[in-house]
Design a protein around this ligand. Sequence first.
Ligand SMILES: [Zn+2]
Length: 221
Amino acid sequence: MTTRTVVIFSGGLDSTTLLYDLKSAGHEVAALAVNYGQRHGCELLSAKAICQSINVELITLELKGLAQIFGHNSLSNANVTVPTGTYEPDSMQQTTVPNRNMILLSLATGWAISHDYQAVAFGAHSGEYTPYPDCRPEFAAVMDDAAQLCDWQAVRILAPFVNWSKADIVRRGSELNVPFEETWSCYVGGEKHCGRCGTCLDRKLAFETSGIKDPTVYESE
Ligand SMILES: [Zn+2]
């Protein structure tokens, strides 16, 4: 039986590779994107273009009101400057949307239950630096348990990249012909990738480490 899977999708490199990976493994996929007031709203345009190009249903939830409860971090608060340089514990905290993955998994699980999907997938992976707490394997495991208990219909939570590095994801994406140039990572949200914020540096490093050519146009090298 084909597994019907909701993918939490941002239009970024990780979740785009996840979408391609599950499709190639035979899943019937649908994508969920959320506008939570992130300043890099351009990632939502990437999400739309990518889903159109591979004919995947995309629902973009308008939840800008979430920014009201996500006060002091730079992704959803325009008054906070996005830190430049590689991730350190301090700058990671500034770019953490509190409990984002649990919120997104919860929404996606609701969709899955309502529309007869058996699974929800998210693109958590391990990092070179302190991993985000809600990307850890232990977190994915307990969310999988919770999604099997929260309703009469059990849903599984899949995190196939949870032990991979971002370079591993780039390698897998390259095998799957993921259009990396259409994916968006930068947290600053300008016309081009800034090339200086933590997530741009992470993206660059993943291409360098993997030996795959980086097609991204950066504002500064
Ligand atoms: Zn950037």
